[in-house]
Write a protein that binds this ligand. Structure first.
Ligand code: NAP
Length: 290
């Protein structure tokens, strides 16, 4: 089965790349933004048709949450129009599509973990454009699913773990927000889930049991808890202080609570999800070895 991974040089794409040896029955085509632009329909269609692609895993996205506030046109182009192109091409060649979305489609006013059936109400440009991308898949008739995830990190690209390690080496003390709560997610665990979902739905529709899923690691943390754990696990001597969101103003507003309920994906695909601190330890171990 031929699988196209778009946005292949980002965190999730890189983690899928690192897992290919465990899925030797699948043939992967990894394409970064400079080789294959999801906003260029003709280029996309030509590639998909010529290479007889049967599955697309869309790891491409405009992910700069704060910059998106001033770049809504480009954010919407990638996060909505790019996804509409993927849907259209999937329909043409009858391919399956796995599309990734975000906890930032929620406004964060809940007190219990968000289910797939809960109302969305994004509070920033990034979340709004990602919601439009979700709708492109959810309103289509293709065999496609949307997996929402949260707080992704990995040894690749830029992310909170790498930022904390860098700042922690330079500073004795660091203020980190404690009044935003969610769940850190190791991109490797999400990558494995995407491939597991695919292999478990072999010969059947991936959207047979539902089109929308939530996935993060298990557990709950504030950014402060996350930063503390990073410093302890990496043995970095930096004092992490809890601060409030109002003391760290950013261009984009973020939800105060964005914990996801993952019961549906665990049940439908018989997936076991690691606790966030266990996965964080694994990632830090890899980063330290680099
Ligand atoms: N990072 C998080 O904390 C987080 C949280 C929740 C959900 N998500 C979602 O999870 C998914 C994966 O995120 P990630 O952290 O792996 O993102 P990432 O590291 O920012 O990677 C995204 C990739 O998409 C590529 N891209 C951008 N525009 C493109 C286009 N027009 N055509 C093809 N590729 C394009 C980028 O390439 P260039 O770098 O060359 O532009 C980049 O390599 C995304 O859908 C994201 O919205 C992420």
């Amino acid at each position: 089965m031929n699988i196209l991974v778009t946005g292949a040089n980002g965190q999730l794409g890189s983690e899928i790349k690192s897992l290919v040896n465990d899925f030797s029955d699948l043939k992967f085509f990894f394409k970064g933004s400079s080789d294959l632009d999801i906003c260029n329909f003709l280029q996309l269609e030509k590639f998909v048709v010529e290479n007889k692609i049967k599955v697309i895993i869309n790891c491409a996205a405009y992910t700069a949450v704060d910059k998106a506030e001033g770049e809504n046109v480009i954010a919407q182009k990638v996060n909505e129009e790019g996804v509409l192109n993927l849907v259209k091409v999937s329909k043409t060649v009858n391919a399956k599509l796995i599309h990734i979305s975000t906890d930032y489609v929620f406004n964060g006013e809940a007190f219990i973990p968000y289910k797939e059936t809960d109302d969305v109400s994004p509070i920033g440009v990034y979340g709004k454009t990602k919601r439009l991308g979700e709708l492109a898949v959810l309103n289509s008739e293709i065999d496609g699913i949307v997996i929402r995830t949260s707080w992704l990190y990995s040894p690749y690209g830029n992310n909170f773990v790498k930022t904390m390690l860098r700042l922690g080496e330079d500073r004795d003390e660091l203020g980190v927000i404690f009044d935003q709560v969610g769940t850190p997610t190791y991109a490797r665990d999400l990558a494995l889930t995407c491939l597991t979902v695919l292999s478990k739905s072999k010969g059947q529709k991936i959207s047979g049991k539902g089109k929308l899923y939530h996935f993060s690691n298990e557990g709950v943390a504030s950014w402060y808890d996350f930063a503390k754990a990073i410093m302890v696990m990496a043995n970095v001597n930096c004092n992490v202080k809890p601060i409030e969101t109002k003391d760290y103003p950013t261009p984009a507003k973020r939800p105060h609570f964005s914990v996801l309920n993952k019961t549906k994906i665990k049940t439908d695909f018989e997936i076991e999800i690691p606790y966030w601190k266990d996965s964080l330890g694994e990632c830090i171990f890899k980063l330290k070895k680099k």
